[in-house]
Design a protein around this ligand. Structure first.
Ligand SMILES: [Zn+2]
Length: 216
């Protein structure tokens, strides 16, 4: 069975993540607390379940296993792309350039090391899950800040799934900042930042029956 992905803030780059990992492996309590305790599916307490290696980046990924539903969960640092070998910052960059109106050809040129087919796959996938992501972000933005005028923020982008998603991420950030005015928004990592929330939201609320959790 493919492990489910849980995206966590375990440092912002490979070096910070490796630091966290060595503290975790040494049994450091604080490092351990950065991992989710309970299974997002059934709420049972999860146990360590070894790790696997992301070869291209050269880091280990921890796994947790739920004794209740027997699923294993890969705990992914937010700067890595879920289910893709590379860094999330590349997916974010492709998304941003596409929003700026880059054609496929120009995008492939600008992205250099990523093939056109890969770029198209990334962007189409984001377009496909955008509607569900927007629904989750809107729901949670409303919960955090009931006065936020979401209709005004989102309406102009109704017909364009990528722009709508981008606007919904921005709106959700506004709602978060209302609670935590010092919150830092990594503008170049909008999707990566959003993945942490989508993963946390799936853990807290579950996902509709038969649907996989949304990630970007
Ligand atoms: Zn479970």
């Amino acid at each position: 069975m493919i492990p489910l992905i849980i995206v966590r803030n375990l440092g912002s780059n490979v070096k910070q993540y490796r630091d966290w990992l060595s503290r975790y492996e040494a049994g450091d309590e604080q490092a351990r607390r950065a991992l989710p305790r309970r299974c997002p599916k059934c709420g049972r307490r999860m146990q360590g379940h070894g790790c696997y290696r992301r070869r291209r980046i050269g880091v280990k990924i921890c796994r947790l296993r739920c004794p209740g539903c027997r699923r294993s969960h890969a705990i992914l640092p937010w700067f890595l792309a879920p289910h893709r070998p590379g860094l999330m910052i590349l997916v974010d960059r492709a998304f941003r350039l596409r929003l700026k109106g880059y054609s496929w050809y120009r995008l492939a040129n600008a992205m250099g090391q990523v093939s056109l087919r890969t770029l198209q796959r990334w962007i189409r996938r984001i377009g496909k899950v955008a509607e569900r992501a927007v629904a989750i972000l809107s729901r949670d933005a409303r919960r955090l800040d009931p006065e936020l005028d979401l209709d005004t923020l989102l309406r102009p982008f109704g017909g364009d799934s990528l722009r709508l998603l981008d606007a919904a991420i921005g709106a959700f950030f506004l709602a978060c900042r209302r609670l935590d005015p010092g919150l830092d928004f990594p503008a170049s990592r909008r999707l990566a930042w959003c993945n942490v929330h989508l993963s946390t939201a799936a853990a807290a609320n579950g996902t509709p029956r038969g649907e996989a959790p949304v990630w970007l």
